[in-house]
Ligand binder design. Structure first.
Ligand SMILES: *[C@@H]1O[C@H](CO)[C@@H](O)[C@H](O)[C@H]1NC(C)=O
Ligand SMILES: *[C@@H]1O[C@H](CO)[C@@H](O)[C@H](O)[C@H]1NC(C)=O
Ligand SMILES: *[C@@H]1O[C@H](CO)[C@@H](O)[C@H](O)[C@H]1NC(C)=O
Ligand SMILES: *[C@@H]1O[C@H](CO)[C@@H](O)[C@H](O)[C@H]1NC(C)=O
Ligand SMILES: *[C@@H]1O[C@H](CO)[C@@H](O)[C@H](O)[C@H]1NC(C)=O
Ligand SMILES: *[C@@H]1O[C@H](CO)[C@@H](O)[C@H](O)[C@H]1NC(C)=O
Ligand SMILES: *[C@@H]1O[C@H](CO)[C@@H](O)[C@H](O)[C@H]1NC(C)=O
Ligand SMILES: *[C@@H]1O[C@H](CO)[C@@H](O)[C@H](O)[C@H]1NC(C)=O
Length: 369
């Protein structure tokens, strides 16, 4: 009896030790040979690392953006653990720990990328507080429990020419491709690409100094992460993604074509801090370009004027539809592979017959010519 009692106490104690500990992932600056263990079923904190070690064909990254309400300013910050072999849009470098910031101001876009010598990602096992530090370059992010408050900070005058912060106060619940953020949920957007959206919509505050110029605004914020166990360019043929605040609605869309030609789509709408519906699959969610362009998009396609979004959110809620206008470039690759825009968006629930105006930021990948 005694032995089993102390065994029970010991096991309780161990349990306590494990429970109060934090999980820290440390990334080396280059790829590690061998198999990456990649997670597509939700079992850990939504923002925890999803790839055990980064090899030459896997990647994991954390993405943040904020766009001003007049959509003339935006900031996108991305923290990568990604080799160029699996995420070819990064600068040529043997290193994998890129921190990247792009800033859109009226008539200008600046992007800067720098590499950290190491990075650590710590998730507190009790309350899921998260902290990511890309070391030696003054770039970091923190997130508090239940994903309500995030802060991306830069003290990177030398490496990125940027100092300041972008903070995010969430106003819409987190979600995965087809479900709210719950354990056991599917996180695979399309084969070999994972997606977890911790902050679909947030009140964002941006206070940055870039090259000695102050960029400060408040607006609509967003944060997610992507990862994969195969090179992005081998898994994806094209993709449309975006997010918006339209009147009382927080909106997120994805509509992508996998390498074998199959289309995958997901649409999310929240209102008053609650998920109104998630449209899952191509029979429920559809995003198409407008203007004199082609679908699917190719690298040679004309720039779309914007996107038409339609989600069937089920019998109770009905159809949500909106049109996002590509009014300003937030980033564009010279190759035509990648474009990001900001612009106004108008839409709402068809059943309400009311059209709201709002603010959106969205992108397009076209990986074939
Ligand atoms: C990386 O890991 C994945 C498993 O997740 C494996 O399929 C792939 O072959 C590995 N890549 C390399 C270059 O070893
Ligand atoms: C998130 O956590 C904070 C502090 O712990 C709490 O006040 C707040 O109600 C929580 N929000 C949600 C949506 O659970
Ligand atoms: C974010 O970090 C900056 C710089 O450390 C700080 O000044 C600001 O108050 C923080 N914002 C929030 C909401 O925590
Ligand atoms: C990136 O930041 C460095 C350091 O401030 C600066 O020298 C360089 O001009 C910046 N590049 C761009 C494209 O802004
Ligand atoms: C920062 O400086 C670089 C190099 O001079 C320049 O290309 C870039 O446009 C500047 N960025 C901003 C936001 O002023
Ligand atoms: C593409 O791959 C998916 C997943 O393996 C499969 O379900 C689908 O049928 C394939 N589509 C085509 C057109 O082969
Ligand atoms: C549409 O784009 C094509 C290809 O760039 C061009 O030839 C055509 O004139 C355009 N049509 C209109 C109506 O602008
Ligand atoms: C939305 O914007 C359009 C075009 O700018 C304008 O005509 C319309 O009145 C606006 N609607 C609302 C509800 O503000």
């Amino acid at each position: 009896m005694r032995a089993s009692n102390s065994g029970a106490i010991l096991s309780l104690f161990l349990h306590y030790l494990l429970a109060v500990s934090a999980s820290t992932t440390q990334y080396p600056s280059t790829v590690v040979d061998g198999d990456s263990i990649v997670q597509y079923i939700a079992t850990s904190a939504i923002d925890a690392p999803k790839v055990s070690t980064i090899n030459a064909t896997s990647y994991d990254y954390w993405y943040f953006d904020a766009v001003s309400l007049d959509h003339e300013y935006s900031v996108v910050a991305v923290f990568y653990a990604a080799p160029k072999t699996s995420f070819p849009f990064l600068p040529k470098n043997q290193q994998i720990l890129a921190a990247q910031i792009s800033v859109q101001t009226p008539g200008a876009v600046t992007i800067n990328t720098t590499y950290a010598t190491a990075a650590t990602l710590t998730v507190d096992d009790i309350n899921n507080d998260i902290e990511g530090t890309w070391e030696g370059i003054g770039a970091a992010f923190t997130g508090t429990r239940n994903m309500t408050l995030y802060n991306v900070t830069f003290e990177s005058e030398e490496q990125l020419g940027v100092s300041g912060f972008a903070s995010f106060k969430s106003i819409a619940p987190p979600h995965y491709v087809c479900s709210p953020a719950e354990e056991g949920a599917n996180m695979e957007l399309l084969p070999h690409v994972g997606w977890a959206n911790a902050i679909p919509d947030a009140h964002a505050i941006v206070e940055l100094e870039i090259n000695g110029t102050r960029v400060s605004f408040s607006g609509v914020g967003y944060h997610d992460k992507n990862w994969g166990d195969a090179p992005f360019q081998d898994a994806v043929t094209s993709w449309y993604w975006g997010h918006a605040r339209v009147g009382p609605y927080s909106v997120v869309w994805f509509d992508a074509i996998a390498s074998n030609g199959t289309e995958y789509a997901s649409g999310y709408v929240a209102r008053d801090g609650q998920i109104l519906g998630i449209a899952c699959g191509t029979d429920k969610a559809k995003v198409r370009p407008i203007g004199n362009t082609t679908y699917p998009p190719h690298t040679e396609s004309n720039t779309p004027d914007g996107f038409q979004i339609e989600f069937d959110l089920g019998e109770d809620v009905g159809v949500f539809e909106a049109t996002a206008k590509a009014e300003a470039l937030a980033l564009q690759s010279q190759t035509g592979v990648y474009s990001r825009w900001t612009g106004g968006i108008s839409g709402g629930l068809r059943s309400e017959g009311k059209v709201f105006n709002g603010t959106s930021l969205f992108d397009q990948f076209a990986l074939t010519s």
